[in-house]
Design a protein around this ligand. Structure first.
Ligand code: DOR
Ligand code: ZN
Ligand code: ZN
Length: 392
């Protein structure tokens, strides 16, 4: 079989360290199967499936199930993320050691969707994680500051009468957890950095030698809260779309490496959960199938990253942060590789109904993106060509 690949860019398979696959519990929005198809179409060969499922992935029973489903589907390596606290309730640590030792070998833990808000619980979790040599990814949101909040606290929310989510809700947890990680001698990862202030704090923490990493989503790179003008629930997300100046700071930070990588926070929601007025819509947006195009538009087109840089932020660094040995590194001759073939000059128009996800809550409906994935190879096997997914 020959893939006509003249003019394409060959990249290491993308790694998404932040995906919501909704299985078990909300298979009407996404399943491991449909989410794996979306991942393959997006150029991903590994995804980390977040723990806020129903039931919550706080036991090896659930993480093993998600892992087995991923293996059965076989389109992308699905790594289950374990919950840090039981039921994501924030009160009691989950059995992280059992999940880490299970067949799924869970390496990443997160209460994403909820913040690990209690500083004592977070401190104990970091110490525990250090002992297990696993990583905690924090959804940085001080809940006392976001009660009822639906949009970034600023002029737009004030004008539209939407309850505001202040930057301090994120930044206070980022600095707190940087200090807790420092004192515990542990690593910590910040999910979906969304403010210019978070960038400054990350820079400071890294200068201190604190073992902190951070991701940014494609939507926080491209979109800002001016999109809320129409009260379209598709633009509701946690953390919220911020201001133009925040998006600009995030793009610069990603180019510089202060923010380490791109993660989608792919968050499928069923139509009835999204098609209501803004304040009642569930937060979250699809991301897997559009991430490369958005990164091409926001980072490559303005010269902030070259394609080597895209490989770094979408594959090498997330692979290193999560400890995937078979991703994001040079390939040995004769090795079956994880690869993504990108057409850098093939604009396409996004339509939610045409995406592989069951849900269609893309915020990029009818957007034209400048680049697309031609093919994805998982250990040498083609999982997707020109949008067509190949199950085996
Ligand atoms: O917008 C979001 N959606 N943010 C989160 O933290 C959770 C996610 C979800 O699960 O839908
Ligand atoms: Zn989150
Ligand atoms: Zn998330």
């Amino acid at each position: 079989e020959v893939l006509e690949a003249a003019g394409t860019v060959l990249l290491p398979g993308f790694v998404d360290m932040h995906t919501h696959l909704r299985e078990p519990g909300r298979e009407d929005a996404e399943t491991v199967r449909s989410g794996s198809a979306a991942a393959a179409r997006g150029g991903y060969t590994a995804v980390f499936a977040m723990a806020n499922t129903d039931p919550v992935a706080d036991t090896a029973v659930v993480t093993d199930h998600v892992y087995a489903q991923g293996r059965m589907v076989g389109l992308v390596d699905v790594h289950p993320v374990g919950a840090v606290t039981k039921g994501l309730a924030g009160a009691e640590l989950a059995e992280m050691g059992v999940m880490a030792a299970s067949s799924a070998s869970v390496r990443l833990f997160s209460d994403d969707g909820h913040c690990i808000a209690d500083p004592l619980i977070m401190r104990r979790a970091l110490e525990y994680a250090r002992g297990l040599d696993v990583l905690i990814a924090q959804h940085a949101e001080e809940p006392r500051l976001t009660e009822g909040a639906v949009a970034h606290e600023g002029p737009t929310a004030a004008r539209l009468g939407l309850a505001g989510w202040p930057r301090a809700a994120e930044e206070s947890i980022v600095i707190r957890d940087a200090l807790l990680a420092r004192d515990a001698g542990a690593r910590v990862h910040i999910c979906h950095a969304s403010t210019a202030g978070t960038v400054k704090l990350l820079r400071w923490a890294k200068e201190q030698g604190i073992d902190i990493t951070a991701e940014v989503t494609p939507h926080h790179l491209m979109l800002d809260d001016s999109r809320l003008e129409t009260y379209d629930g598709l633009f509701r997300v946690n953390p919220p779309l911020r201001e133009v100046s925040d998006a600009r700071a995030l793009r610069a930070a990603l180019a510089e490496g202060v923010v380490d990588c791109v993660a989608t926070d792919h968050a499928p929601h069923a139509a009835q959960d999204k098609c209501c007025e803004f304040s009642r819509a569930r937060p979250g947006m699809l991301g897997l199938e559009t991430a490369l195009g958005v990164v091409a538009q926001t980072m490559v087109a303005p010269g902030l990253l070259d394609w080597r840089g895209v490989a770094a932020v979408m594959s090498e660094r997330p692979a290193r942060i999560t400890g995937l040995p078979d991703h994001g590194r040079p390939i040995e001759v004769g090795e079956t590789a994880n690869l993504t073939v990108v057409d850098p000059d093939s604009a396409w128009t996004v339509r939610g109904a045409e995406l592989a996800s069951i849900a269609d809550n893309t915020p990029y409906e009818e957007f034209t993106l400048p680049a697309r994935v031609r093919a994805t190879l998982l250990r040498g096997r083609v999982t997707c060509v020109d949008g067509k997914v190949r199950a085996d």
